[in-house]
Structure formats: structure tokens, C-alpha cells
Design a protein around this ligand. Sequence first.
Ligand SMILES: [Fe+2]
Ligand SMILES: [Fe+2]
Length: 195
Amino acid sequence: MKNLAENELLIKLNQLYLDTQSSIVDNENWKINFNSYSKTIDNILIKHHSFLYNELQTLNKYIVKIKNIYGANHKELVCLSEKYQILKLELIEHALKEESEVFPTIKVFESNPALINKTKLKTMMAELKNEHDITCNHLMEMRKMTNDYLLTETCMTYQLTFKRLKSLENGILQHIHLENQMLFRSIENQLKKDS
Ligand SMILES: [Fe+2]
Ligand SMILES: [Fe+2]
């Protein structure tokens, strides 16, 4: 089961990578396709961060509900709920850090690179990428503990919760891909060229 969950995540990441490659010829075209780091950041905030804040809170209620109803017979739901609380707290903290520190720094870097400490910016992006890896590990563990979100009850709430968890996972993977492979990689390439 370990391999199945890992393979599925890898397949999704690879597909996202291929989709991205088809829309971008190379990083030189970044500004043509995406106009600017600022626009990409605004897109991330509107599309992904707002989804994350809303969905993490809403889904929490469903997870707690099915854990309370079925947890005695399905211990995996207790583990899932515990892991989800960690994921939720870490992701909210992560997104707030991006919004308050890292993204504003990138916007200043874009308009006037001389104002920014490049080493600090690199460190900030490395920290975020590390946190993305931790998030992916949480998602993988959630798949493992639920047998790839295998439904063992016919209850509608149970089904809806697992469906929304899979959709949340998909949204988070796209979000991470956009930040790691599109935004941060382009900035790192620019920093290399400028150094
Ligand atoms: Fe983000
Ligand atoms: Fe992020």
C-alpha cells in the first residue's frame, strides 16, 4: 500500500510538471506567460490560499464528525483526525508566513532587486520548500492510514469527507507545484544569473 500511495502522488506531481511544461517553453518565457512574480503571487493568494483557509476549516468539521461516529470501529479515523489537525495548523502557519514575509519580499525583489538581501531570500525559499516536503509527507501518511481513502462505510458524510480530502490533496499539490517549480525556481534562476 505504501508504494500505491507514493506512486499516486508521484504520478500527480509528474502530470502537473508535464502540464506546466506544455504551457511554458522555458524560464526565459516566464514573464511572457506569467507576466510577473507579483501576478503569480496574486494568483496563488486568490486561487490557493483562500481555498486552503476555507476548506481546511470546513473539512475539519466533517473529519471530527466521522471520527466521533465511526472512530470506535475504525481506528484509522482517529489517526486521520490527529494527522489532519497537524496538517491544518502547519499549513495555515505556512501560508501566513508566505503572505506576511516571503511574498512581500519577492514583490520588492521584483521591483528593485538591490533592496533585497539575496541570501536571506534564498534561505526563506529553502525553508518554504522544506515545509512543502513535510506537507507532502503528511498527505502520503493520510493516504496510507486510510488505505488510499478506501470507503468502508456507505454513510454519505463519510463518502463526502474522503472525496473532499482527495480534492484538498489535489489542490495542495498544485499549490506546492506552482510555488516550487514556477515561482521559486524562476527566482533562483534569476539570482544565479545576477550573481
Ligand atoms: Fe502558498
Ligand atoms: Fe507554500
